[in-house]
Design a protein around this ligand. Structure first.
Ligand code: ATP
Length: 309
């Protein structure tokens, strides 16, 4: 892009726009952390969701550097069609788990199965088509708001785009802007807030409507009221369509109703269960929950550190 930029500068605003969209594509790619080193087997068959999207980690070890494992011998099953949460201290490998599922990286040892198919044995394209991700920081194109949502499903009608935005609680906001859905993201100083970006990302994924949905701190920038309303809508969609969903969350109040909560610490699963089972158990989950509730009562910050002895 740097080499291209010199001649393109001579060619006026049309090309500047083109160059900007190239830059955006690059940003999108980088943000998704797509690793070129993952290899597809020749003639890899497409993923077939024969069991409704059951995910199984079997003795998975992975580190960004081979001598520094982030996930260690991790084994866990995420049931099909259920809402599952992954919680644990900062840096314990929650987002890494999602990146491995999306095949941004491959495991060092062990295997990951979706409906009994090793994800390395199926085509990367079919795997990624089956997955919708709302990442921590959503990449947006320097294009209209409508295009940014439609990116989830290029064949969607305008009404479907609007409906997705309604369900993501951002439609009213969009139509309050002077250019509505034609508003260019990132143009003329229009600042899209972190919370609006997150809701555009949720709209995009609602429109894509994939069988597997991963949310990585997807509502962290929203106020409690908006977050609850949005989570209510997301839960409704997940329930109606029996989608397998995995939520990485710091604020336990957003995931306490999950069918299964997986507690990670230092790259391994230390507890699993429902909220009530984990509270009963009186382990790390209860410790974090109690600390967050105390933080709430004190009007303090929710992000309470979690010390593991
Ligand atoms: P948080 O709750 O703070 O988001 P997390 O549990 O999601 O944390 P990860 O993002 O999975 O944690 O990161 C796990 C560890 O891997 C951290 O120590 C982090 O610094 C490291 N890490 C993450 N991404 C990379 C990368 N691309 N290259 C090298 N190390 C990385």
């Amino acid at each position: 892009v740097f080499q291209l930029s010199v001649p393109l500068n001579f060619l006026g605003s049309v090309y500047r726009e083109l160059r900007q969209s190239l830059l955006d594509m690059e940003t999108l790619f980088n943000l998704q952390k797509v690793n070129v080193s993952i290899a597809e087997q020749p003639n890899a068959p497409p993923l077939h969701l024969t069991k409704g999207g059951q995910i199984r980690f079997d003795n998975v070890t992975f580190g960004y550097y081979p001598d520094r494992p982030i996930l260690r011998n991790l084994s866990v099953t995420i049931p099909a069609g259920r809402k599952v949460a992954v919680v644990g201290p900062s840096g314990c490998g929650k987002s890494t788990l999602l990146r491995l599922l999306f095949r941004s990286y491959d495991v060092q040892s062990g295997r990951i199965f979706i409906d009994d198919q090793d994800i390395r044995s199926v085509s990367v394209d079919s795997l990624r088509r089956a997955i919708g991700v709302v990442p921590q920081d959503t990449p947006l194109f320097n294009d209209t708001v409508e295009h940014n949502i439609r990116y989830g499903n290029m064949a969607a009608t305008t009404e479907q785009v609007h409906e997705a935005a309604r369900r993501a609680h951002v439609h009213d906001k969009i139509i309050s802007w002077p250019h509505g859905y034609d508003t260019k993201v990132g143009e003329r100083g229009l600042m899209i807030s972190g919370g609006e970006k997150q809701r555009l990302a949720v709209s995009r994924v609602i429109l894509k409507d994939p069988p597997l949905l991963f949310f990585d701190e997807a509502t962290s920038a929203l106020d409690t009221h908006t977050e609850q309303a949005l989570m209510g809508n997301i839960n409704e969609i997940l329930r109606d369509k029996a989608r397998t969903s995995v939520f990485v969350a710091h604020r336990l109040r957003t995931i306490w109703d999950a069918d299964l909560i997986i507690v990670l610490s230092e790259g391994s699963v230390v507890e699993t269960g429902t909220h009530w089972e984990l509270m009963e158990r009186g382990g790390l989950y209860k410790e974090l929950w109690t600390a967050q509730e105390m933080g709430m009562r004190n009007g303090g910050v929710l992000e309470v550190g979690w010390k593991v002895e």
